[in-house]
Design a protein around this ligand. Structure first.
Ligand code: SIN
Length: 359
């Protein structure tokens, strides 16, 4: 081969290799678009000193301050924020839930939103998460996050929680798993999780059932997925609702009478969740008030104040005879949410019992 042919062949080879490199090179990974919806809570709180971990003010910092406080967010997602509410979560209402859920559904319907993070106070975080789990109409990740210490405190937990919740909301691993709760390196299903300790960072647990997974560094690791129906598989549609049927919780204890049930019936409740003793027991003294409530169309769900275990149908009460709904293993505050949504469809106890088995 002469020198000229050699040069031409070399140039052709180089061109072919370059073309291959261009064609088969992996495109740089696109950062997910994650929307952060803020509702208040300790994660947006402020304390007088760096050691103030009780007695601080919740729901002070606006969403942009939360985002700017974690500059690392920009490396993992295209984040933008919206302030949906600015409340301590003990003041959460059905109206805020409806506003929040409608906004979540609107955003997730957009092609340019991959996932949502909701910052929230920890007191009712599990309730908001379970409500959304039943009414969000998308498989895209929704992650509810909070913190037990305000951002002004030493060892504040909110920044890392927000960072990891954002990773989760932009991850493919979280797709289709329902609304998730992420605090303290641990990923929970919204149906199962509950706040178990008044003041420590490891407060969120799923008694008996356990978490779905954990964070190891920046990586979410899932070990299981929720089996109860959620999000796109539910029958609940809040898109045209401006209010939810009123449901309250009655706590049972020694020496209890039916006086609270009578008062609630007079107040016009549509449903009562009875947080019974043991396996959801109802005291004899409560029955007259319960039967009077039922005559006015009030649906009674038997739940338990115990915090663990299944309330067995026809176990500690004759549910068939009294037309009660057995609340499965939902805690009373979550049973209240399912009952409210169930009552948007029907007030037939058998149909509602079916929903308590499915969700
Ligand atoms: C709240 O729930 O808003 C206050 C408590 C907290 O966020 O930990």
């Amino acid at each position: 081969m002469n020198r000229k042919t050699y040069c031409v062949l070399t140039i052709i080879c180089l061109l072919v290799f370059s073309l291959q490199a261009i064609c088969f090179a992996e495109a740089p990974a696109r950062l997910p678009n994650v929307k952060i919806l803020a509702t208040g809570g300790t994660i947006a709180g402020s304390g007088a000193t760096s050691t103030t971990t009780v007695g601080y003010t919740a729901a002070v910092a606006p969403v942009d301050a939360l985002i700017n406080n974690v500059p690392e967010l920009k490396k993992i997602a295209n984040v933008s924020g919206e302030q949906v509410a600015q409340i301590a979560s003990e003041n959460m209402t059905n109206e805020v839930w409806l506003t929040l859920a409608k906004r979540v559904n609107q955003l997730l319907a957009q092609d340019d939103v991959d996932g949502i993070v909701i910052t929230h106070g920890t007191d009712t975080l599990e309730e908001t998460a379970y409500f959304l789990n039943l009414v969000v109409k998308s498989n895209k990740p929704v992650v509810v996050v909070g913190s037990m210490r305000p951002p002004t405190a030493m060892s504040a937990d909110g920044m890392l929680n927000l960072y990891r919740a954002t990773i989760l909301a932009g991850s493919k691993e979280a797709v289709g798993k329902g609304v998730l709760v992420m605090l303290n390196d641990t990923i929970h299903a919204s149906r199962d999780v509950t706040k178990t300790i008044t003041d420590r960072v490891d407060t969120f647990r799923a008694p008996e059932i356990g978490p779905l997974g954990f964070f190891t560094g920046d990586k979410p690791e899932f070990y299981r997925a929720p089996l109860r129906k959620h999000t796109t598989d539910t029958e609940f549609d809040i898109s045209r609702l401006n209010a939810l049927p009123r449901v309250d919780i009655v706590y049972h204890y020694a020496n209890n009478t039916g006086v609270v049930i009578e008062a609630l019936t007079q107040a016009g409740v549509k449903g009562i969740v009875h947080a019974g003793t043991g396996n959801g027991s109802i005291g004899k003294a409560e029955y007259p008030a319960i039967e009077a409530a039922q005559k006015k169309g009030v649906v009674i769900v038997r739940s338990a104040r115990v915090g663990n275990g299944i309330v067995a149908r026809n176990g500690e009460a004759n549910d068939d005879k009294y037309n009660f709904v057995a609340g499965d293993n939902l805690n009373p505050q979550k049973a209240r949410i399912l009952l409210m949504l169930a009552l948007t469809k029907t007030n037939n106890p058998q149909d509602i019992q079916r929903m308590f088995r499915e969700y």
